[in-house]
Design a protein around this ligand. Structure first.
Ligand code: GLU
Length: 492
């Protein structure tokens, strides 16, 4: 039985890369009459949120992907949320300790830091030096009794070569000496990704792991853990990483990466899925527009090419246009448009913001067009006015963006409190502070109430417009960003 999974960490926006892995995992399973599973990897307690998990689930559903087992629908091998599986990981960590494949490590953060910097200076790869692996049982017992903090690390042979098989890349060899004695259980008792992923993939009977190539370097550690447990490693398929047009790793600073952004911009889910299917893969007949069912029908994992696929929004937009023109009739078009934004619920959100200023319906068009526009048509000159230098406006926009990227409740009151608080800390008059925001968000120096407008637009479009405005103002260089980051931190 083929069983694949997608295993996102709920730590922020639902990334198109997650949809990419989900799509290929889904197609592979369905092509073989197998099952596809959603697992939530939320062991990073500081960064994982329930809100993010929900948006991931909603986004994948919006795209039309369904899973056979998952935290929302249950299944035989659950729970499917790692934070609910702690006793399971504890049991397997204990087993590794008992079998001598893992050890307690009491090293302090300072010692580790010093060790790594010495290793780097000596031109070596930074890696745990094994100090605590040599502690006797009695020494460990004493330190545990004293209540000292510890992590559990895996042992790694000092010599020899580890070989991992990847379906697309063949065998990958790495010397054990290059592999770190990975932490498996953190000081807070939570497992790290490496222990949890191995235990879960095994217990959930995953047959094929399809994931991003950024995990290749972890595969040898995982192989070693499979060997220690005496389990069979699933087949590994590391997909190429999605790229910005300049070939760097896809990043939200250069390209919108959140699935919700594309939804809110009015892309069709079929077109986005179709586009992801074209990245690093192609239909045997070369067709560019194809449905999920057609992709499953023709799917062949060996047709994945390892060249760096570029996530090109222009191409995606073109493909979306084809779906609109070639697939939807007028009825379908109208239904989708209304689902998207031209519906009663949306209007009922907007009307209270403009009602006072409307005498006839025809006044409305201009007033509310920015609610359904993508990125407003703005120029650097729109930001020129007395009382605020361009440098100050960039700071306002960038700091507001960072604020809006934090885990903020997206309601009018919370936004107002956060932004007004920021203006005060920056010591800028509120009028001058809000002006660049008005322009960035609505394209005009005045607009319906700003905070309520942000709520209607939603976080994705709001952040997208701030990034767009920063781009219009010339962009922020890496160096400048670093400086601004330090300033922003000192303010908060
Ligand atoms: N939680 C990991 C991620 O978010 C999963 C990696 C994997 O598929 O093993 O990328």
């Amino acid at each position: 039985m083929v069983r694949t999974r997608v295993a996102p960490s709920p730590t922020g926006d639902p990334h198109v890369g997650t949809a990419y892995m989900a799509l290929f995992s889904y197609c592979y399973a369905k092509q073989h009459g197998g099952q596809f599973i959603l697992r939530i990897e939320d062991t990073d307690t500081a960064r994982s949120t329930a809100k993010s998990e929900q948006i991931i689930i909603d986004s994948l559903h919006w795209l039309g992907l369904q899973w056979d087992e998952g935290p929302d629908c249950g299944g035989q091998k659950g729970p499917y949320r790692q934070s609910e599986r702690l006793p399971v990981y504890r049991k397997y960590a204990e087993q590794l300790l008992t079998d001598g494949h893992a050890f307690h490590c009491f090293c302090s953060a300072e010692r580790l830091q010093q060790m790594r910097s010495e290793q780097r200076q000596a031109g070596q790869t930074a890696r745990y030096d094994g100090l605590c692996a040599g502690l006797s049982e009695q020494q460990v017992a004493e330190r545990n009794k004293a209540g000292d903090d510890f992590v559990i690390r895996m042992k790694v042979p000092s010599e020899g070569i580890c070989t991992v098989q990847d379906t697309l890349r063949g065998s990958i060899e790495i010397e054990y000496a290059q592999i770190d004695m990975q932490v498996l259980v953190k000081a807070d008792g939570f497992p790290t990704y490496h222990l949890a992923v191995v235990v879960d993939d095994h217990l959930m009977e995953i047959s094929h792991i399809i994931r991003g190539e950024e995990w290749i370097n972890s595969a040898p550690k995982h192989q070693l853990l499979y060997d220690y447990f005496g389990w069979q490693m699933p087949e590994l398929i590391h997909m190429p990483l999605l790229r910005n047009p300049d070939k760097s790793k896809l990043s939200k600073r250069k390209n919108p990466t959140s699935i919700s952004f594309y939804k809110d911009m009015g892309y069709l889910p079929e077109a986005l899925l179709n586009y992801l299917g074209m990245l690093g893969w192609s239909m045997p007949g070369g067709e560019e527009r194809f449905s999920l069912a057609e992709m499953i029908d023709q799917f062949d994992i060996n047709r994945i090419s390892l060249g760096a696929p570029v996530f090109d929004v222009t191409k995606l937009k073109w493909l979306n246009g084809r779906w609109l023109r070639e697939v939807l009739d007028e009825e379908g078009f109208a239904a989708r448009l209304s689902d998207w934004a031209y519906n009663r619920d949306k209007l009922k959100q907007i009307i209270p913001l403009v009602k006072e200023r409307v005498d006839v319906f025809s006044d409305l068009g201009k007033m509310i067009s920015f609610f359904v526009e993508g990125m407003p048509d703005i120029n650097p000159e729109d930001f020129e006015y007395k009382g605020a230098s361009s440098d100050q406006q960039v700071r306002v926009l960038q700091f507001s963006l960072w604020l809006m990227e934090s885990d903020l409740d997206w309601d009018s009151q919370a936004l107002q409190q956060a932004l007004v608080g920021l203006a005060e800390r920056m010591d800028i008059r509120i009028r001058d502070f809000l002006k660049p925001l008005f322009i960035a968000i609505s394209g005009k120096p005045v607009s319906p109430p700003l905070f309520d407008s942000l709520v209607v637009l939603g976080p994705e479009i709001s952040r997208g417009r701030l990034r767009h405005a920063l781009g219009i103002l010339g962009g922020v260089s890496k160096k400048k960003l670093k400086k601004l980051d330090a300033e922003f931190r000192s303010l908060s």
